[in-house]
Design a protein around this ligand. Sequence first.
Ligand code: C2E
Ligand code: MG
Ligand code: MG
Ligand code: MG
Length: 280
Amino acid sequence: EVKKNFKNGYQFYTKSLNEHLEEKLELESELRRGIANNELVLHYQPKFSVDGEVVLGMEALVRWQHPQRGLIPPGLFLPIAEETGLIFDIGTWVLKKACSQMKTWQDKGGLQIPIAVNLSSQQFHQLNFEQHIQSILVDTGLEPKFLELEITESMMMDAKTSTLTLQKLSNLGVKISLDDFGTGYSSLSYLKQFPINRLKIDRSFIMDITNNEHDKAIVSTIISMAKHLNMEVTAEGIETKDQLDFLLPNKSMEIQGYYFSKPLTAEDVEIHYMRRAVLE
Ligand code: C2E
Ligand code: MG
Ligand code: MG
Ligand code: MG
């Protein structure tokens, strides 16, 4: 009896591992097919002044519009894209799409704001990345100052190469933001030496900001440090009025979160933020 149970248990275990692998392979080939079939879409999350009056920028966020499974969030397919190298195709597509979309909005809607694009580590570390960016800007006609590249602290572990790439990007005129700031391992001396324009305070520090004294202290410290380093600041993941109230005294801060707006389809951006211009 015991032996039999053990055997069944063992078989069940190996089967589930196989299933896991099969699912992964299936996801990979599905993703390949999806990319070829133009199923990736960008949503855009507006970022606001603290009073909510002014849209200061948009962040492009990729999704996969799967014909059967519906809209799939990036967390469910970017990891496999990174494992398989598909991230290069996806990354290039996202950059081109985001830049050309913003250029269109500027031309027909007078929306003179930057578009922020998230980078994956492999993308950022590809050879001659700044030339890749430059050719996309030339092709789409977007001015460099309207492109913000979002990187994370963990991408800069190799400080020497990263500094060089960031310097070249900065020379092009594109802006650099440090996403999910506070969750990585960046040393403060790197912060000073990298040409970084913006710190985006990670949502995890905002979540309990109304109750947690430590989070209050951390957020206040990041804000004042950024000021001294001459960097802009964005707070990510503002969901409530109370969270916003804590940040309200920081007049020049940028606010991103569901409280003001969720990520929107391109169509909804046009309806909400440039209706008149589009109808013309
Ligand atoms: P991120 O760059 O930190 O983007 C913010 C994420 O938080 C987005 O999730 C956004 O929908 C979500 N968010 C915004 N406001 C709120 C809020 O108030 N509350 C909560 N709970 N969430 C909020 P999303 O779109 O699922 O993206 C997740 C992550 O996937 C992004 O985090 C980014 O790291 C990555 N990602 C998204 N698009 C791309 C892309 O085109 N390329 C690369 N390499 N990564 C991407
Ligand atoms: Mg981001
Ligand atoms: Mg973030
Ligand atoms: Mg992130």
